[in-house]
Every structure is written in C-alpha cells, then in structure tokens.
Design a binder for this molecule. Structure first.
Ligand code: AMP
Ligand code: MG
Length: 418
C-alpha cells in the first residue's frame, strides 16, 4: 500500500528546518579571501573618514571671507602661493587674498575653508579671479563627514560583496573575521543517470541536478563535495549516505525520495534513525521534498525533477546554509510584480513558477520562463525569479499583481516572504 503523506505548508517546512540550524564557528581570513563570505564581526570605523578635511575637486583653496562681495561685475583676485596634489600637505599660512592650488583628495591648508573649482576661475599667471562669493566649507569634504571613529558601519551577518570589501579596506581590515563555510555533500540517485560526459543510451538521462546544485551552492559561497551518482540500490545508497554524513556538514540528495518502487531514500532515513522534519510539502513542483535531521546534520532529499530540485534548493537548503554561516538575511529577497501573461493552471498547492522578472519604467513585470513542468530544465536556465502563486487559487490573468522571489542577488531578506 502506498504510504499516505501529510503535506505541510511551505512556511512550516522552512521553519522546521531553520529551528534546527546551528551556526558554525568563525574564522579569520585575509581581505582577499573574504569575498563571498559572511561577516562574523561588525565593521567598526577605526578612524574618521575622511581622516582629514580635504578638497573634493581640482581647484584653489581659499579663505571664504576673501571672496565676499565678488560678482560678475566685481571679480575678486587671488594670488597662488603653493600647489599641492593628493598625498601632499601645504604648511604655508594663507594671508588675505592668497590661495593654494589644490587637487582632488589633498588636505585643505589649515587657514583655508573653501575650494574654488578650476571651472569657476579665470586664471592669469599666478593669479585668478572669481565672480561669486564662497561660503565657509563650500566645496569641502569635512573630516568624519562619512564616518566617525568608533561608529558601527555594518553589523555581523552581512554578505561580503565588493562594496563591503572596499569598506573593510578603507578601515585597514587586512584580516577579516568571517563565519566558517559548511561543506555540503551532493549525491544524485537514479539508475537512469549517466555522467555529463557520457553519451545517452536508451532510457538514460544525464545528471543535470548534481552540477546544478554545486553551482547553486557556489552562488552562496558554499563548497560542495560530490558523491557522484548512485543507481537505485538500497545498500549502495545507504553506504554512500553514511560516508557523506561523516565527512560533510550537510547532505543534499536528488531523486528517490518519493513513493515509487525504487525510491530508497525514505528507507535510508529510517535506517539512519533520522528525524523526518517533513516528507511532503504543499507546493508544486517538489511536493515530495523531504528534509531529515541525523547526528545534528540536515539531509535535504530533493526531488529528481530538475525544476523541483532547483526550487527545493532555493526554498529550503539555501536559507539553512546561509543561517549556518551567520547570515542575517538568509531568505530569498522578494518583490511584487505584474503578471505579463495569463497563467491559467489552478493551484491546489502553492505554486513556484520559474520566471523572468524585469523592472520597467511602468513598474515590475514578471512572466513564466517558458515550458514549466517540474521536469523542465530550460525554464530554470532562462529564469531569474520564481512567481509564487498561493494554493487554493484558480489561475491568474495578465495584469494581476503577484509575489515574486528573486534569484541570484547578493542581498537577501530577513524573513520568509509574507
Ligand atoms: P525521482 O525524484 O527519482 O522520482 O525522479 C524524478 C524525475 O527526475 C525522473 O524523471 C528522473 O529521471 C529525473 N531525475 C532524477 N535525477 C535526476 C538528475 N540528477 N538530473 C536530472 N534529472 C533527474
Ligand atoms: Mg528516481
């Protein structure tokens, strides 16, 4: 008799996983190695930035009061007494009507408090004239205007993207405390699978899920170890799952998780004594997605169907792994968008449709990314988002507003979409 499984809502499935996630330790890496990692310490301003008051333009540093009364008819003249570029310092005092030729990034001389841009002058020899009055601090970057020493600029848990690298570098963080990365095992099960490099034989397909998951992991900065492919054989699969669980922090399998005659993952979980968090989710595709917990490690049993496998990773494995790495925003970012074409399939369960999301001057639009069966591969390739259609709805029309999960972005969301 076929086992009857009780589907749980996607939100409950995610919560069941997230409550079991234990954060990994922190480690210190060099700045160059920190890209793609997650900060395990806040970035604190070690100095004021800028550290000195400086010129944001190429021009002349003056005493603002000396330009008082200048106009088109009554130009004021200055005499240039020094010339400095970025990295140099002028120590000469400025007397009335004197100026220092100064380049972008150079510190303002002590007596100066405004900068006249080159474009605002008429030059002649070592003098120039201006046609307007400058006020104190005009065209000046003030010390500490961006950050004050001691200020917390980014909290721990932030993804380290190129902008964060710039910030770390600015404050002299040549070593950065980041969360350790989990090592994730990947195992593709199915007697029909052949390796990517192999020609097809009757009844066989190439293992596309394995490489796809490795890339999904890479996209969130996680390393994987492939346990290859295994035919649908209980003992063989059990052995490799045990090995993987000893070596890796987490295991993702694809295929063999349903109720078919050769689906051995449910039996493997039993033999491992794993706690089954759920083995059916009220979603399409991927309702057979099963997540279990053994020896403090999560096992993600994803469907073999490529679209279901892809969504299963993004919805369940991704936030768990990001939380393990201390991310404050482990969930997929989401948005609202207008459906660009009808989607008339009914949705008994919440449906995730691989889609193309686009921001246009008229607002955000989204359209299914083509052939959308759970077995589809091309729509995963074309999509950059997933439309989320709530369960219990009877199809949607072009122009309807829908929820969208956005894929492949650095910045996640703190919560699972509302
Ligand atoms: P299963 O989840 O084992 O019932 O497999 C569902 C469907 O996904 C079947 O049509 C399989 O042939 C296919 N499939 C299973 N594993 C993979 C894989 N690694 N890559 C691509 N397709 C797969
Ligand atoms: Mg199978």
């Amino acid at each position: 008799m076929v086992e009857k499984r009780k589907p749980i809502p996607v939100r409950d499935a995610i919560e069941a996983i997230m409550t079991r996630v234990k954060p990994l330790r922190a480690e210190t890496v060099s700045l160059e190695e920190s890209y793609g990692r997650i900060l395990a310490e806040p970035i604190i301003a070690t100095e004021d930035v800028p550290a000195f008051t400086r010129s944001p333009y190429d021009g002349f540093a003056i005493r603002a009061e000396d330009s008082e009364g200048a106009s088109g008819e009554y130009r004021k003249q200055f005499t240039v007494i020094d010339h400095i570029g970025a990295g140099e310092v002028c120590r000469k005092p400025l007397a009335k009507g004197e100026a220092v030729r100064i380049m972008t990034g150079a510190p303002l001389p002590d007596d100066a408090n405004a900068v006249v841009m080159l474009e605002q002058t008429v030059e002649s020899g070592n003098t120039f004239t201006v046609r307007k009055a400058f006020h104190a601090n005009e065209n000046v970057s003030m010390r500490g205007e961006e950050a004050k020493k001691g200020e917390v600029l980014l909290d721990a848990g932030h993804f380290i993207h190129p902008g964060v690298i710039a910030l770390l570098a600015t404050f002299g963080y040549d070593r950065v405390k980041v969360s350790a990365k989990p090592l994730v095992g990947i195992l593709a099960t199915g007697s029909e699978l052949v390796d990517v490099s192999q020609p097809l034989e009757p009844g066989k397909i190439r293992n596309s899920n394995g490489p796809m998951i490795a890339a999904q992991l890479k996209r969130i900065g996680v390393e994987s170890r492939s346990y290859g492919m295994k035919e649908d054989d209980l003992e063989a699969c059990l052995q490799i799952v045990k090995t993987a669980l000893e070596e890796a922090d987490c295991l993702i399998t694809t295929g063999g998780v349903s109720v078919g005659d050769f689906d051995y993952l449910p039996e493997i979980y039993k033999r491992l004594g794993a706690e089954v968090l759920f083995n059916k989710v009220a979603m399409r595709p991927g309702s057979v997605t099963t997540v279990t917990h053994a020896d403090g490690k999560l096992l993600f049993g994803l469907s073999g169907n490529p679209s279901a496998c892809f969504s299963g990773f993004e919805l369940f494995a991704r936030p768990a792994l990001l939380k393990m790495m201390g991310s404050r925003k482990p969930f997929l970012p989401y948005a609202k968008a207008v459906l660009a074409e009808d989607f008339t399939k009914a949705n008994p369960f919440t449906r995730f449709v691989r889609a193309v999301y686009q921001e246009t001057p008229e607002g955000a639009k989204v359209a299914p990314a083509g052939f959308n069966k759970s077995s589809a591969v091309s729509s995963i390739a074309k999509g950059n988002a997933m439309i989320v259609l709530p369960g219990g709805t009877r199809g949607f029309q072009a122009g309807d507003e829908v929820d969208v999960l956005l894929l492949g972005l650095d910045e996640g969301a703190e919560n699972w979409m509302i």
